[in-house]
Design a protein around this ligand. Structure first.
Ligand code: ADP
Ligand code: MG
Length: 239
């Protein structure tokens, strides 16, 4: 695919799995159980996008939409310091937005069009997590249709921003460790993981021993199959 650019994750193994890193013009989903590293990856990528291209970045800025209140500036500081970057600069290049409910989350993304056209240095948009407010506000099977309809529209809007403005979009989605065991949650499909279908790359994260995590790409014919291991460290994502 032409003109796609990549952002390093900080792990060569994970970059390799993704064909070089997180792609612009694409929406990448990290899904996995609690503690699998989704939020740490989001923090790391909002720092790494700022690296110069020769170091795996895009000399760009990030928009971080936090729906769960788990963003920590302290983690950004640690990761920036570990890369020898200017901490104040790195923090200034992250637009942090806390989304308090689905309407707010949707409105934030509606407004992003204006922000990204004004500031073309924005190269990464993160929604961590994209599903939590939707699950809380539209629980159960009786609300499934309207929830999926709203979520799909939201995801297509994000995909469009990625494609039109050459931006990497990252969304996260918390799922149970063994989705096939939990028919009670209607976003968890039998044998699959979610009921929505949008273009993009889906990466499953799993806990392994200690600070090790396993990543696997699902349903991406252009990427190699298989799993890789990476580490969550004080300095950030590493091999
Ligand atoms: P998820 O978003 O998938 O629920 P997180 O990305 O929040 O999971 O991952 C949480 C894990 O990240 C912790 O269990 C820990 O292993 C690791 N982690 C968080 N902060 C630090 C830190 N300062 N130093 C080292 N590891 C950390
Ligand atoms: Mg998280």
């Amino acid at each position: 695919r032409m003109n796609v650019r990549k952002i390093t994750t900080g792990s060569q193994a994970l970059d390799g799995l993704l064909g070089g890193g997180i792609e612009t013009r694409t929406m990448t989903e990290f899904f996995g159980e609690f503690g699998s590293g989704k939020t740490q990856l989001c923090h790391q990528l909002s720092v790494n996008v700022q690296l110069p291209p020769e170091k795996g970045g895009l000399s760009g800025k990030a928009v971080y939409i936090d729906t769960e209140g788990t963003f920590r500036w302290e983690r950004i500081e640690n990761m920036a310091k570990a890369l020898g970057l200017d901490i104040d600069n790195v923090m200034n290049n992250i637009y942090y937005i806390r989304a308090i409910n689905t309407d707010h989350q949707i409105a934030i993304v509606d407004d992003l069009q204006e922000l990204v056209s004004k500031d073309p240095s924005i190269k990464l948009i993160i929604v961590d997590s994209v599903t939590s407010h939707f699950r809380a506000e539209y629980p159960g099977r009786e609300n499934l249709a309207v929830r999926q309809q709203k979520l799909n529209k939201h995801l297509h809007q994000l995909t469009r921003l990625a494609e039109v403005y050459d931006i990497a979009v990252i969304i996260t989605n918390q799922v149970m460790a063994r989705p096939d065991m939990f028919y009670g949650d209607p976003t968890v499909a039998v044998g699959g993981h979610t009921l929505y279908h949008v273009p993009g790359i889906r990466v499953q994260l799993k806990k392994s021993r200690g600070n090790r995590r396993i990543a696997r790409v699902v349903d991406a014919p252009h990427l190699p199959e298989g799993e890789v291991v990476f580490a969550l460290t004080e300095e950030g994502i590493r091999d």
